[in-house]
Design a protein around this ligand. Sequence first.
Ligand code: SF4
Length: 473
Amino acid sequence: MHTNTPTTSSIIRPVFSDALRAKLDTSGPRYTSYPTADRFNERFGPLQYSQALQHRVIGTDIGKRAPFSVYLHIPFCESLCYYCACNKIITKHHERAMPYLDALETELDMHVRALGRGQPVSQIHFGGGTPTFLSDAELERLMASLRHAFSITSDAEISIEVDPRTANRERLASLQAMGFNRLSFGVQDFDETVQKAVHRIQSYESVRDLMEGARELGYTSINMDLIYGLPFQTAESFATTLERVRALRPDRIALYAYAHLPTRFKPQRRISEDDLPSAPTRLTLLQSAINGFLDEGYVYIGMDHFALPDDTLAKARQAGRLQRNFQGYSTHPDCDIIALGVSAIGRIGPTYSQNVKTLDEYYARISQRQFAIERGLKLTRDDLIRRAVIMELMCQGRLDYELTSCHLGINPQYYFATELSELDAFEEHGLLERTPQGIQVTPTGWFFIRAIAMTFDYHIRASGRLASFSRIV
Ligand code: SF4
């Protein structure tokens, strides 16, 4: 089966006809995991997590396991962005970081005791919240603890989300000295009116300075997060933002759709629905961003990600090695994730788990040296089969019957007979092609990949529940 990776020379722009626009008007999971986190339950707790770690140790002994990925959640932020849907604590009291660091180190030590010291780690990500809420000394302390606990591979990706309002060139140099080699800047939009409406003011000049500083320091992978669908965004204002982004030329761009769910996320109540762009304007914003990035030579990775052709993400996409995890698309092989900190989500073998969501609960559990798992899931055989198929679609845009049969020991045409019969509408709209060998998602179909993947989601099929997910566009 041919691959469908867009290259700069074979860029095909998605065309959103009226029929497609109507079809895009739906919600769906982002599939950073399958089953999605709303399926986790409290029957999976600290005991089940310990057992999963023990099974992991058996796998390590026989030398079959890939290195770990480690995620650290730093929940503190100095001020509230009104669009925020993250688990965070707004505070200007930086002394609150100290007990949190103590707890993180205890949680780390509990993992060392369960797994043994020196387990290989090839990926570390600091997310939040605002990881750069921590001082250089605090970040350094955490990095030292990680190095003491694990054996970090020489080519490890060590990344951090940087709030431009909390960083300057000196800070970037300190981060580099600590071992960070990837940065992600939260930008969202450069327009002042939009920034005021979402309560996140940061000038273009300050971000430009940081980008220039990062490049001078030799950071090779710089990501920029943008959001479309924010209050007061117009085609003209967003065009100016996009022009500025293109001038800064980050290696990667994540372009997220703002999901206005004020009943679920309290900060969003400060955003008036009347100020949000209409559905047709949202689509215009999306389309102009896609076209602009493709014109600049970016490769469309999938979902909401773009990367320059020589970035490792674009190369992984081209080579069919793309993966998807809780941080989005990744170049790393399907690996287990140790998640540390309040609300963090991890993955060990055929299990997912999430820590408790409040600081009080987190401290209470960790002070008892009990894993802070609040809920999780042990995947069934069917979950594992569907996860492989959904990730194949999300990452490679295809389903190859023969490969699937070899890897999963099933006949996909038989196992998924119902699901496959429901793909007619996608085919009619030109979103995928079916051959006797399998399914191939078309360039336009990539923008609907969540909807296509949803066809194979048992839990959505069984419950029909979509309300809790964000809009596809
Ligand atoms: S968007 Fe980021 S920086 Fe803003 S409040 Fe949420 S977690 Fe904090």
